[in-house]
Design a protein around this ligand. Sequence first.
Ligand SMILES: [Zn+2]
Length: 321
Amino acid sequence: VNSQFEPETLQEVVVYFSDPKRAFDYVRRRRWPNGTICPRCGSKKAHLIESRMIWRCNGCRKQFSVKVGTIFEDSPIPFSKWLPAMWLIANCKNGISSYELHRALKVTQKTAWFMLHRIRLALQEGTFEKLGGEPGSEVEIDETYIGGLSKNMHEHKRAKRIRTPGVHDKQAVFGMIERGGKVRTYHVPNAMRRELYPRILANVDRDAKLFSDRHKSYFGLDRYYSHEMVDHAYAYVLGRVHTNNLENYWSLLKRTIKGTYVSVEPFHLWRYLDEQSFRYNTRKGTDAHRFYLALPGAFGRRLTYNALTGKDFAAAGNGAN
Ligand SMILES: [Zn+2]
């Protein structure tokens, strides 16, 4: 098999990457297509100790593996499990639960849960091009509420949450979708103007045509955009004035969250939003292409267990999203 191998199916992922050396060569080529760069000091001069699949850096004199500075760092899980997990989460339309992954890969459910969250981090969009930049682009905006996230939450945790001011069972999610293009969603504290406006202005090009319902928070957007609103009390579609793409997106999102994930703590909701956005934004590609796109997001990102479980809020990433 040549060194530019790209897997086309889940079966190829499983078979090919069951060989640790092949998996190592693949990940290394995807991470450093133009030669190894030390993740600690940036030196391009490192020599590979083939037998151990580890480099010794001539710059800082330290050793590093291909996992250092990635979501795989500090994980004893081999690529023969990581890569199929990545394929599954990138391609399963309704997501995959830690229970399913635990059975599929023979890892503990806790490990599977941690792996899935790390992979979600990799799926997070890296570039922030504005939506609606093309001439004639149309962008829908809408908010929704995701409820009952904590159905299976332990009693003491639930009690703690109810005592926390501003934390309710219904979580507000705000979304923007470019027709025929990408979606972007945020977990927001509420759907008031002061939460939504900055996100619209930061994410939607001024030349885009904006469509929404008549939710009060959207009033006044015509100062910045060509903006039309449909009054859902009377109609859901008036020609091009509708938010149907987002409505469909919300129902898919809710199906995934309720059907697959059963319980999602509000603290982690944005991770599931990003996972769903990744699949939507790559919907025109093949499974192989989605896998190809997902892997580079693993590089240059890390997620520790403490950050994930809320013991280290500072390192938890943009949880406020
Ligand atoms: Zn170095």
